[in-house]
Design a protein around this ligand. Structure first.
Ligand code: MG
Ligand code: MG
Length: 267
Protein backbone atom coordinates (compact mmCIF):
# COMPACT_ATOMS: atom_id res chain seq x y z
CA UNK A 1 0.00 0.00 0.00
CA UNK A 2 1.30 3.44 -0.92
CA UNK A 3 1.94 5.72 2.07
CA UNK A 4 1.18 9.34 1.17
CA UNK A 5 3.09 11.90 3.23
CA UNK A 6 1.79 15.12 4.77
CA UNK A 7 3.60 18.43 4.22
CA UNK A 8 5.04 18.14 7.75
CA UNK A 9 6.32 14.65 7.07
CA UNK A 10 7.91 15.80 3.81
CA UNK A 11 9.95 18.42 5.69
CA UNK A 12 11.20 15.77 8.14
CA UNK A 13 12.10 13.55 5.19
CA UNK A 14 13.89 16.42 3.47
CA UNK A 15 16.16 16.68 6.48
CA UNK A 16 17.04 12.95 6.31
CA UNK A 17 17.59 13.15 2.55
CA UNK A 18 19.85 16.20 2.82
CA UNK A 19 21.86 14.49 5.55
CA UNK A 20 22.53 11.70 3.06
CA UNK A 21 23.86 14.31 0.62
CA UNK A 22 26.14 15.76 3.30
CA UNK A 23 27.42 12.25 4.10
CA UNK A 24 28.21 11.81 0.41
CA UNK A 25 30.16 15.06 0.47
CA UNK A 26 32.33 13.73 3.31
CA UNK A 27 33.29 10.79 1.10
CA UNK A 28 33.60 12.87 -2.08
CA UNK A 29 36.15 15.14 -0.42
CA UNK A 30 38.42 12.24 0.53
CA UNK A 31 38.13 9.64 -2.24
CA UNK A 32 41.46 8.83 -3.89
CA UNK A 33 43.54 5.89 -5.12
CA UNK A 34 45.12 3.90 -2.27
CA UNK A 35 42.31 3.97 0.26
CA UNK A 36 40.08 1.01 1.07
CA UNK A 37 36.35 0.92 0.64
CA UNK A 38 36.14 0.13 4.36
CA UNK A 39 37.68 3.53 5.10
CA UNK A 40 35.07 5.23 2.93
CA UNK A 41 32.32 3.38 4.75
CA UNK A 42 33.72 4.34 8.14
CA UNK A 43 33.93 8.08 7.32
CA UNK A 44 30.31 8.03 6.21
CA UNK A 45 29.07 5.98 9.16
CA UNK A 46 30.82 8.22 11.67
CA UNK A 47 29.37 11.33 10.03
CA UNK A 48 25.83 9.92 10.10
CA UNK A 49 26.08 8.93 13.77
CA UNK A 50 27.66 12.29 14.72
CA UNK A 51 24.65 14.01 13.15
CA UNK A 52 22.03 12.05 15.05
CA UNK A 53 21.16 9.64 12.26
CA UNK A 54 21.22 5.87 11.97
CA UNK A 55 22.65 4.22 8.85
CA UNK A 56 19.55 2.69 7.21
CA UNK A 57 21.36 -0.18 5.55
CA UNK A 58 23.22 -1.59 8.54
CA UNK A 59 21.60 -4.91 9.50
CA UNK A 60 18.83 -4.34 6.91
CA UNK A 61 17.95 -7.92 6.00
CA UNK A 62 21.35 -8.85 7.41
CA UNK A 63 23.40 -6.36 5.34
CA UNK A 64 26.69 -6.03 7.24
CA UNK A 65 27.66 -2.37 6.66
CA UNK A 66 26.45 1.23 6.85
CA UNK A 67 26.94 1.83 3.12
CA UNK A 68 26.80 -0.14 -0.11
CA UNK A 69 30.02 0.29 -2.07
CA UNK A 70 30.10 -1.25 -5.51
CA UNK A 71 33.25 -0.92 -7.62
CA UNK A 72 33.45 -1.20 -11.45
CA UNK A 73 31.50 -4.33 -12.52
CA UNK A 74 29.65 -4.44 -9.19
CA UNK A 75 26.21 -2.93 -9.87
CA UNK A 76 24.89 -2.43 -6.33
CA UNK A 77 24.90 -3.87 -2.79
CA UNK A 78 28.68 -4.35 -2.60
CA UNK A 79 30.24 -4.76 0.84
CA UNK A 80 32.85 -2.24 1.98
CA UNK A 81 36.09 -4.03 2.84
CA UNK A 82 39.83 -4.36 2.21
CA UNK A 83 39.66 -3.56 -1.51
CA UNK A 84 42.08 -0.72 -2.30
CA UNK A 85 40.75 1.82 -4.79
CA UNK A 86 42.83 2.15 -7.96
CA UNK A 87 43.25 4.90 -10.51
CA UNK A 88 40.58 4.31 -13.17
CA UNK A 89 38.04 2.65 -10.86
CA UNK A 90 34.48 3.82 -10.55
CA UNK A 91 32.83 3.52 -7.17
CA UNK A 92 29.08 3.56 -6.64
CA UNK A 93 28.33 4.72 -3.12
CA UNK A 94 24.78 4.20 -1.83
CA UNK A 95 23.91 5.80 1.51
CA UNK A 96 20.77 5.62 3.63
CA UNK A 97 19.99 7.63 6.76
CA UNK A 98 17.16 7.10 9.23
CA UNK A 99 16.36 10.12 11.38
CA UNK A 100 13.23 11.42 13.12
CA UNK A 101 11.27 8.42 11.89
CA UNK A 102 12.02 8.73 8.18
CA UNK A 103 14.63 7.48 5.72
CA UNK A 104 16.69 9.25 3.08
CA UNK A 105 18.39 7.16 0.37
CA UNK A 106 20.73 8.43 -2.33
CA UNK A 107 23.48 7.00 -4.53
CA UNK A 108 26.22 8.49 -6.72
CA UNK A 109 29.01 7.01 -8.82
CA UNK A 110 32.47 8.60 -8.55
CA UNK A 111 35.42 8.25 -10.95
CA UNK A 112 38.76 7.66 -9.18
CA UNK A 113 41.63 9.43 -10.90
CA UNK A 114 41.57 9.35 -14.69
CA UNK A 115 38.99 7.04 -16.20
CA UNK A 116 38.44 6.18 -19.85
CA UNK A 117 36.17 8.33 -22.01
CA UNK A 118 33.71 5.47 -22.41
CA UNK A 119 33.41 5.12 -18.63
CA UNK A 120 32.95 8.88 -18.28
CA UNK A 121 30.14 8.67 -20.81
CA UNK A 122 28.47 5.85 -18.82
CA UNK A 123 28.45 8.01 -15.68
CA UNK A 124 27.21 11.08 -17.51
CA UNK A 125 24.41 9.25 -19.32
CA UNK A 126 23.30 7.39 -16.17
CA UNK A 127 23.01 10.64 -14.22
CA UNK A 128 21.18 12.29 -17.11
CA UNK A 129 18.75 9.35 -17.17
CA UNK A 130 17.98 9.92 -13.50
CA UNK A 131 16.94 13.50 -14.27
CA UNK A 132 14.97 12.31 -17.31
CA UNK A 133 13.05 10.03 -14.94
CA UNK A 134 12.59 12.75 -12.32
CA UNK A 135 11.13 15.05 -14.97
CA UNK A 136 8.26 12.55 -15.38
CA UNK A 137 7.60 12.40 -11.61
CA UNK A 138 4.49 14.54 -11.87
CA UNK A 139 0.95 14.16 -10.57
CA UNK A 140 -1.21 12.46 -13.19
CA UNK A 141 1.68 10.60 -14.82
CA UNK A 142 2.31 6.94 -14.04
CA UNK A 143 5.31 4.98 -12.75
CA UNK A 144 5.66 3.58 -16.28
CA UNK A 145 6.33 7.09 -17.61
CA UNK A 146 9.37 7.40 -15.32
CA UNK A 147 10.49 3.89 -16.23
CA UNK A 148 10.14 4.49 -19.95
CA UNK A 149 12.05 7.78 -19.85
CA UNK A 150 15.04 6.10 -18.18
CA UNK A 151 15.03 3.05 -20.45
CA UNK A 152 14.52 5.04 -23.65
CA UNK A 153 17.43 7.37 -22.88
CA UNK A 154 19.92 4.73 -21.75
CA UNK A 155 19.06 1.70 -23.89
CA UNK A 156 17.58 3.10 -27.09
CA UNK A 157 19.56 6.31 -27.33
CA UNK A 158 22.87 5.10 -25.86
CA UNK A 159 22.93 1.32 -26.25
CA UNK A 160 23.45 0.53 -22.56
CA UNK A 161 21.77 -2.21 -20.50
CA UNK A 162 19.13 -1.43 -17.87
CA UNK A 163 19.26 -3.84 -14.94
CA UNK A 164 15.89 -5.60 -14.62
CA UNK A 165 16.32 -7.44 -11.31
CA UNK A 166 16.59 -4.32 -9.12
CA UNK A 167 14.29 -1.31 -9.03
CA UNK A 168 13.60 1.98 -7.26
CA UNK A 169 10.93 2.24 -4.59
CA UNK A 170 8.67 4.28 -2.40
CA UNK A 171 10.43 5.79 0.62
CA UNK A 172 9.26 6.97 4.03
CA UNK A 173 9.01 5.39 7.45
CA UNK A 174 10.25 2.24 5.72
CA UNK A 175 13.25 2.21 3.43
CA UNK A 176 11.38 0.17 0.83
CA UNK A 177 7.72 1.11 0.44
CA UNK A 178 5.28 0.70 -2.43
CA UNK A 179 5.32 1.33 -5.30
CA UNK A 180 8.24 -0.29 -7.09
CA UNK A 181 9.91 2.05 -9.59
CA UNK A 182 11.52 0.02 -12.40
CA UNK A 183 14.01 1.62 -14.76
CA UNK A 184 12.36 -0.03 -17.77
CA UNK A 185 8.76 -0.25 -18.94
CA UNK A 186 5.91 1.20 -20.93
CA UNK A 187 4.45 4.68 -20.80
CA UNK A 188 1.01 4.95 -19.24
CA UNK A 189 1.36 1.75 -17.18
CA UNK A 190 1.59 0.95 -13.44
CA UNK A 191 0.57 3.18 -10.52
CA UNK A 192 -0.71 6.71 -11.04
CA UNK A 193 1.40 9.42 -9.38
CA UNK A 194 -0.29 11.53 -6.73
CA UNK A 195 0.88 14.42 -4.55
CA UNK A 196 2.44 13.15 -1.31
CA UNK A 197 4.14 10.10 -2.85
CA UNK A 198 7.89 9.95 -2.26
CA UNK A 199 9.91 7.88 -4.71
CA UNK A 200 13.54 6.80 -4.68
CA UNK A 201 14.37 6.79 -8.40
CA UNK A 202 17.60 4.92 -9.05
CA UNK A 203 18.78 3.92 -12.52
CA UNK A 204 21.34 1.08 -12.46
CA UNK A 205 22.88 1.15 -15.93
CA UNK A 206 25.39 -1.30 -17.41
CA UNK A 207 27.84 -0.39 -20.15
CA UNK A 208 27.26 -3.79 -21.78
CA UNK A 209 24.65 -6.46 -21.19
CA UNK A 210 21.67 -5.79 -18.94
CA UNK A 211 22.20 -9.23 -17.38
CA UNK A 212 23.59 -9.58 -13.87
CA UNK A 213 24.76 -12.26 -11.45
CA UNK A 214 24.48 -12.43 -7.68
CA UNK A 215 27.65 -13.22 -5.73
CA UNK A 216 27.67 -16.04 -3.18
CA UNK A 217 27.68 -13.43 -0.37
CA UNK A 218 23.96 -13.15 -1.13
CA UNK A 219 24.16 -9.41 -1.81
CA UNK A 220 26.70 -8.16 -4.34
CA UNK A 221 25.30 -7.84 -7.85
CA UNK A 222 27.79 -8.04 -10.76
CA UNK A 223 27.36 -7.46 -14.47
CA UNK A 224 27.33 -10.77 -16.33
CA UNK A 225 29.94 -9.53 -18.83
CA UNK A 226 32.02 -7.82 -16.10
CA UNK A 227 31.80 -4.47 -17.87
CA UNK A 228 31.25 -1.48 -15.56
CA UNK A 229 27.93 -0.32 -14.18
CA UNK A 230 26.79 3.04 -12.77
CA UNK A 231 24.15 3.95 -10.19
CA UNK A 232 22.60 7.32 -9.35
CA UNK A 233 19.65 7.77 -6.96
CA UNK A 234 17.54 10.72 -5.81
CA UNK A 235 14.49 10.97 -3.55
CA UNK A 236 11.59 12.87 -5.13
CA UNK A 237 8.24 14.01 -3.77
CA UNK A 238 5.28 14.20 -6.15
CA UNK A 239 3.44 17.53 -5.84
CA UNK A 240 0.63 19.26 -7.71
CA UNK A 241 3.38 21.10 -9.61
CA UNK A 242 7.02 20.39 -10.35
CA UNK A 243 8.80 17.39 -8.76
CA UNK A 244 10.20 18.29 -5.32
CA UNK A 245 13.73 16.91 -5.08
CA UNK A 246 14.31 16.02 -1.42
CA UNK A 247 17.89 14.78 -1.79
CA UNK A 248 20.63 16.96 -3.23
CA UNK A 249 23.92 16.50 -5.07
CA UNK A 250 24.94 20.16 -4.58
CA UNK A 251 27.25 19.57 -1.64
CA UNK A 252 28.82 16.35 -2.92
CA UNK A 253 29.40 17.79 -6.38
CA UNK A 254 31.17 20.78 -4.90
CA UNK A 255 33.43 18.37 -3.01
CA UNK A 256 33.82 16.15 -6.07
CA UNK A 257 34.92 19.05 -8.29
CA UNK A 258 37.37 20.27 -5.64
CA UNK A 259 38.95 16.82 -5.21
CA UNK A 260 41.88 16.55 -7.65
CA UNK A 261 41.81 12.76 -7.24
CA UNK A 262 38.38 12.48 -8.88
CA UNK A 263 37.35 12.97 -12.50
CA UNK A 264 34.31 15.13 -13.22
CA UNK A 265 32.26 13.40 -15.93
CA UNK A 266 29.13 15.48 -16.25
CA UNK A 267 29.61 18.55 -18.47
MG1 MG B 1 20.06 3.66 -2.25
MG1 MG C 1 17.04 2.98 -2.94
Amino acid sequence: MIQYKTKEEIEIMRHSCLLVGSAHAVAAAQLKPGITTQQVNDWVETFILDNGGIPSFKNYGGFPAATCISVNEAVVHGFPGPYVLQEGDIISLDIGVYKNGFHGDSAYTYAIGNVSDEVKRLLKVTKQSLYAGIDKARQGNRIGDIAYAIQDFTERQHGYGVVRELVGHGLGRQMHEDPQVPNYGKRGTREKLKAGMVLAIEPMINMGTKNVEFLKDGWTVLTKDRKPSAHFEHDVCITSGDPDLLSSYAELEKAEKANINLSWCHD
